[in-house]
Write a protein that binds this ligand. Sequence first.
Ligand SMILES: Cc1cc2nc3c(=O)[nH]c(=O)nc-3n(C[C@H](O)[C@H](O)[C@H](O)COP(=O)(O)OP(=O)(O)OC[C@H]3O[C@@H](n4cnc5c(N)ncnc54)[C@H](O)[C@@H]3O)c2cc1C
Length: 488
Amino acid sequence: MKHIGLIGSGFASLSAACFLAKAGFNVTVFEKNASPGGRAQKLEINEFTFDMGPSWYWMPDVFERFFASFEKSVSDYYTLTRLDPSYGVKFRESFHDIPASLAHLEEEFESIEAGSAKKLRQFLRQAEFKYKVGIRDLAHKPGKSLHEFLDFRLLTGILKMDVFTSMRKHVNKYFKDPRLRQLVKFPILFLGGTPNNTPALYSLMNYADMSLGTWYPQGGMYRVVEAMVRLARELGVKIRLNEEVTGFEYRHGKITHINTSGGQFEIDVLVAGADYHFVDQVLLDEEYRHYTPRYWKKQTMAPSSLLFYIGTKTRVPKLNHHTLFFDRDFDQHASEIYETPQWPSAPLLYVSATSKTDPSIAPEGKENLVILMPVAPDLPDPEETRMIYFNSIMDRLEKFTGTDIRNNIEVMRSYAHSNFKSDYHSYRGNAYGLANTLRQTAILKPSIKNKKLKNLYYTGQLTVPGPGVPPSLISGEVVAREVSGDYA
Ligand SMILES: Cc1cc2nc3c(=O)[nH]c(=O)nc-3n(C[C@H](O)[C@H](O)[C@H](O)COP(=O)(O)OP(=O)(O)OC[C@H]3O[C@@H](n4cnc5c(N)ncnc54)[C@H](O)[C@@H]3O)c2cc1C
């Protein structure tokens, strides 16, 4: 039986491990950290439980499809609830709940801009087409050659996919009110791009948001990690925690052994699910690197984030399970991330308060807050800088909620660039990989297969199809298919 070594235990690696084990390989996962899940860590302090990474469960069909591949179902592992409202949005002048029901959402749109309900219906019809072709078809391509995209259905559909129009132009065609424009453009923040440089293909995210809905696994996002780890183990995958991969042995254009902090392991195939840049530029000997330092320098990374995990002694009113603070200038913040990278002068924010819908993750009468501020990668993040933002964020939240949060904090941790680097070997402290710009889409993403070593493959948010939990699940499936095709 061929032995496959996998670096990392993020969603992409866990997905790949499951598919490879099912295909009959002997699979071992090496994870440097003490717990699996990669960026989706769980932080437990006192009786508070925080999801340190992803908190939005979108595209439930992708998760369902993943488990169905193993004759299982999501409900075998965790309980999903659809959030209603899906989330709340604070604009400068007003606050809006975004209802789960499309009919109610149309009413909300109409109340902001006359005629926009009909436009929203048209917009979402198109987004649905993109979602179906994009997520169920394009995202499953390994991105090795343009030929993959030359099938009839894709060619006839390519114009409808809006690959060469920007998200900004596309959205502006449908909506005039700046609040609606911002609301519709918001999901691309997840893709690490700006409305200008993200192809309008990604309005498929609006279909995911508004039509498929925002869901929550009871107990938190870590339930998904636990589910995948259980499934992987059921399939025979061995997961070795606290075991860092430090280098390789090579012979005849192949990796023969993985060196780890715990020893040396002979392998037939290596799948690298750790940050691609780290594997390429640090773990591999120079002669085997797929890319040059110059190539990596030119890549547009998704932002990093400044995060605060806060458990309060009291409830904090007015917040939803997910609340977006779009009460500052979107373009200015985006430009301070991408064009002139610097700590933002007036940032947008996201606040999650999962205790609003899940009593199991905070003690009774208390609140569990995660505050996320997107910020340019590669900035110094000393404690003083973090605290300047902490205080200005608190000013905003205390004003909005009418509550003294600062004096009611029971537990608190901050997290930023240097933590991403030390915990995950993250390139430039990125939080969620490579931005999904046009120049970094499909075959233009870092390759799924190393060109100099026959048995080295990559998976994860820096290769196809891109950042986010659902794409990571797909990425694992795609790489497993490639390996199975080459080694079965
Ligand atoms: C703050 C934040 C919020 C997010 N919000 C959302 C959201 O709401 N919804 C959503 O869908 N997505 C969200 N994302 C994105 C999503 O979490 C990621 O795209 C996804 O988890 C990436 O998975 P991955 O498997 O590619 O990589 P990772 O999760 O980074 O896994 C890589 C693993 O490799 C390990 N590793 C690295 N080097 C070594 C080594 N040398 N030896 C052994 N192991 C090693 C790391 O420790 C890590 O466990 C968010 C991300 C962050 C950080």
